[in-house]
Design a protein around this ligand. Structure first.
Ligand code: FES
Length: 294
């Protein structure tokens, strides 16, 4: 209950908008400055190539490594334990390397959020940055022979990183950040009638409903395509987006999906769109699921 209150309070802190208003355009400006490489770099950092957001994969490295650091420090009984010291220092350094990757991927994902998730993401970033600085200072102290100070700094750093981890978890469970927004929807396993063939002009993004699940139908170059209409990233309505060649672009954050495969051409979505087979029978378009949510 207390943790929920903390989470609610953080999400209500409008002062975090000031930080976000300054940082978010800077992150976006950095990517825009990459020119033609922008899409490639962003896709790599979002985890489009992995079919899963990359950030939560990388966060396991600092959390695991730094927990090991603190545990190894706790085993230090003040005697000559060079092996123990070396192991503690190595895990602290490994955690720092992982924290850099986590920060870069996290900032990339965060740059496509707004409102409450953006605030909580900013607090999450502040806590992890401070925790990372404490571990950097800890490593420096250890290198100067001040192991006691280094252990204290590491313990404080781990506390902050654990608090950041709590906020990160709440971002997933409460704000649905980093989850596939097409998952768990009812979709037709066998062919079902969707629409009169004549009701789908070339180049129109048509939204239909199957048992409450919105589906997207498009005729492009004379070929019929069907995808889940809800964008896997954060649930944007693809029927309100636009066509770009043989792709559909989400109106919310610009995720771009290939019509023929549902694959992500450009993030932030790390998840492909569920894809449907189509056919025309007696003047009616029919469809069934070809590939479900990841
Ligand atoms: S909802 Fe974010 S790109 Fe579609």
């Amino acid at each position: 209950m207390i943790l929920k209150d903390v989470y609610r309070t953080v999400g209500d802190q409008t002062s975090l908008d000031t930080l976000s208003d300054a940082l978010q355009p800077a992150v976006r400006g950095f990517f825009d400055g990459l020119g033609p490489a922008r899409r490639l770099v962003k896709n790599a950092l979002h985890g489009t190539w992995l079919g899963h957001p990359l950030h939560p994969v990388l966060t396991d490295i600092p959390i695991g490594a730094w927990t090991a650091t603190v545990l190894l420090d706790a085993l230090d009984d003040g005697r000559d334990r060079r092996g123990l010291h070396r192991a503690a220092d190595a895990t602290a350094a490994l955690g720092l390397a992982g924290a850099i990757g986590s920060a870069v991927t996290g900032l990339t994902d965060w740059s496509e959020t707004d409102g409450r998730p953006r605030r909580i993401g900013a607090a999450h970033a502040l806590l992890t940055s401070t925790g990372t600085l404490l571990f950097a200072a800890s490593l420096f102290s250890r290198s100067r022979g001040s192991r006691g100070v280094g252990s204290g700094l590491a313990l404080a750093g781990l506390f902050l990183v654990a608090a950041a981890g709590f906020l990160g978890g709440e971002l997933v469970s409460h704000e649905q950040i980093g989850v596939d927004h097409t998952a768990g929807r009812e979709m037709p396993e066998d062919f079902v009638e969707a629409l009169d063939d004549g009701e789908l002009p070339e180049g129109t993004l048509k939204r239909i409903l199957y048992k409450g699940t919105p589906l997207l139908l498009v005729r492009r170059g004379g070929r019929l395509h069907a995808l889940a209409e809800t964008c896997a990233h954060l649930g944007g309505p693809l029927s309100e987006g636009r066509l770009d060649g043989d792709c559909v672009v989400c109106p919310w954050h610009g995720s771009t999906f290939e019509l023929a495969t549902g694959d992500v051409v450009a993030g932030p979505s790390a998840f492909p769109q569920p894809l449907f087979e189509t056919r025309v029978r007696d003047g009616r378009i029919e469809l069934r699921l070809a590939r479900s949510a990841s």
